[in-house]
Design a protein around this ligand. Structure first.
Ligand SMILES: O=P(O)(O)OC[C@H]1O[C@@H](O)[C@H](O)[C@@H](O)[C@@H]1O
Length: 254
């Protein structure tokens, strides 16, 4: 698949399907200014998000393995139907290990996709998935790169046969940062969090902003719709906005 959209000056938005060295399809979104995002069908995972100047905004480990069923360590893994080890499934669930498909005919969304380069992906459970998690679902993911370079991800999980099930879900984003001592996270002040380094014990954030002096592995509960990650050395701020997701995870592992 290869198609182009809105025109502006000399450039146009584009959606191009390429293959990685293992033959797995990747979708490259480009906006009118030359920013880009690459989404792999392995895990439905965004592996790269670049500014119009070509600066990479996501971290991917040099040790990352790109062969399913191993998850890729980096970019934006999708944790589903389980986040972390809060359940009987493998860590972060199986969705990040699976090969997704391009959804050629997704149900419409009320969002405006004008001027954006977008792709819709779909994951349905295999027979093996149904053996370990017997619930009929369709997971639809829309990834859009806006004209101003913003990345927008929308997930929709459909219960296919109406039998109730519960799940947890997360976008597990690895941001590219400079020196960790130069980074602070704002928007978590006064929130309660579960500390994975202390058997998920509940604490309350006391500081004005979160900084990192040692390993941190927490889930902040009922966070506001906006959190900012400020990287002083790079003079860059990631603003994370969310809708419909209650909690925010913060993890710095050494
Ligand atoms: O190595 P994984 O499975 O991708 O997980 C990465 C991290 O994911 C976080 O959500 C967990 O709280 C951490 O404990 C874990 O190290």
């Amino acid at each position: 698949m290869n198609h182009s959209g809105a025109e502006s000056d000399h450039k146009i938005t584009s959606v191009e399907v390429i293959k990685d060295k293992n033959g797995i399809e990747q979708v490259v979104l480009r906006n009118v200014r030359g920013a880009s995002a690459t989404v792999s069908l392995h895990g439905g995972q965004v592996l790269s998000w670049k500014t119009e100047r070509g600066e990479e905004l996501l971290f991917t480990s040099t040790k990352a393995v790109y062969t399913p069923p191993k998850p890729v360590r980096g970019g934006i893994p999708i944790c589903f139907p389980q986040f972390g080890n809060r359940g009987t499934l493998e860590q972060h669930g199986f969705a990040r290990n699976k090969i997704w498909v391009i959804d050629q005919n997704p149900p419409p969304l009320p969002t405006d996709s004008n001027g954006k380069a977008c792709i819709d992906l779909l994951l349905k459970p295999s027979e093996d998935d149904m053996k370990i998690w017997p619930h009929s679902f369709e997971f639809r993911l829309r990834v859009c790169l806006a004209a101003d370079g913003r990345l927008n991800m929308i997930s929709r999980i459909r219960n296919v046969n109406g039998k109730p099930f519960s799940f947890s879900f997360a976008f597990h984003t690895y941001f590219s940062i400079s020196d960790i001592s130069e980074v602070r996270v704002e928007g978590l002040e006064t929130l309660d969090y579960l500390d994975n380094l202390h058997q998920k014990e509940r604490f309350t954030e006391q500081g004005d902003a979160l900084t990192f002096e040692s390993e941190v592995d927490r889930v902040y509960l009922d966070s506001s719709s906006m959190v900012a990650v400020l990287d002083h050395e790079r003079k860059r701020t990631f603003v994370i906005r969310k809708e419909g997701l209650p909690d925010v995870g913060k993890c710095l592992s050494f």
